[in-house]
Write a protein that binds this ligand. Structure first.
Ligand SMILES: Nc1ncnc2c1ncn2[C@@H]1O[C@H](COP(=O)(O)OP(=O)(O)OP(=O)(O)O)[C@@H](O)[C@H]1O
Length: 262
């Protein structure tokens, strides 16, 4: 099987800082990759390349084998129709209701009102926000805002989902709820994707693969089990410091919940 998304030897310098230095990562259809790494290592920058929001200085991003930077306008639009992006801050429009925010991407696609209504009912059901359609973002709690942003990212029934720290700033209970939602939506919609996160080890229960970004490259790529068993001292130290407060039961609980997701 060929990757749905391939980041190939991507280099990117921003304001003189070499952020990406040959990053390579493949995402297979229906597989979700957890992208981990230290703060400032370039995880969000890598995700923006995957979304076509940043162009590599060198290297390529391929979607179904097509180089993203060489797509015609029409093909780029059809790539965006297949893509859902959950931004770190949710990026909802303050003056638009939940309904208007979520349906925004569909209106750009020109779907009819009946289909829009059916889709919003499905997606609001997935994220548990039924009945909040008329509220403004300012009337929602942090967890509800994330759910609304997730609903907006899912409304096009994307084949590829990119999540940039979907649970940052939320309390542990809501983090678990959002993780469960991401997991159940993935099982339902079967998308492939990348989740940038600091939630270790919780992320290992959500993803099929883990990629560790270090010094501008993917230093490790493997299953959550392989992370657990790694002998790489740098990854080991990173994981150990991130899980210092977690007991081994939690670790094994996380590995146990990862059942393929696809
Ligand atoms: N648009 C930009 N212009 C200039 N520098 C940028 C830009 N975006 C990111 N950077 C820089 O690139 C580096 C990597 O940033 P990035 O946000 O990708 O890190 P990260 O791994 O996602 O970090 P964190 O986990 O803390 O969110 C940082 O030094 C950041 O300041």
């Amino acid at each position: 099987m060929n990757p749905i998304l391939k980041i190939d030897d991507v280099h990117k310098t921003l304001r003189g800082l070499k952020v990406l230095r040959g990053a390579t990562l493949e995402v297979m259809p229906h597989e979700v990759v957890g992208l981990i790494g230290g703060s400032g290592e370039g995880k969000s920058v890598l995700l923006k390349h995957a979304a076509g929001l940043m162009r590599p200085d060198h290297g390529h991003v391929y979607v179904d084998g097509d180089d993203l930077c060489c797509l015609s306008r029409r093909h780029k639009q059809s790539f965006y129709d297949r893509l859902g992006f959950l931004f770190q801050n949710g990026a909802l429009f303050d003056s638009l209701s939940v309904y208007e925010n979520i349906t925004f991407p569909l209106r750009e696609q020109g779907l009819g009102e009946q289909e829009i209504r059916e889709r919003i009912r499905t997606v609001l059901g997935h994220v548990g926000l039924e009945g909040s359609e008329e509220k403004l973002p300012g009337q929602l709690s942090g967890g509800m805002l994330k759910r609304a942003a997730l609903a907006r990212a899912l409304i096009k029934f994307p084949e590829i989902m990119l999540f940039d720290e979907p649970t940052t700033g939320l309390d542990p209970l809501i983090v678990r709820t959002i993780h469960n939602l991401i997991h159940s939506c993935q099982r339902e919609l079967n998308y492939a994707g990348i989740i940038v996160t600091h939630e270790i080890p919780a992320i290992f229960g959500l993803v099929q693969k883990v990629a560790f970004l270090y010094e501008g490259r993917i230093r490790f790529y493997g299953t959550p089990e392989e992370v657990h068993q790694t002998n790489d001292p740098v990854l080991r130290e990173f994981i150990d410091s991130a899980t210092m407060t977690e007991d081994p039961v939690t670790w094994h609980g996380c590995l146990g919940t990862n059942n393929g997701g696809a």
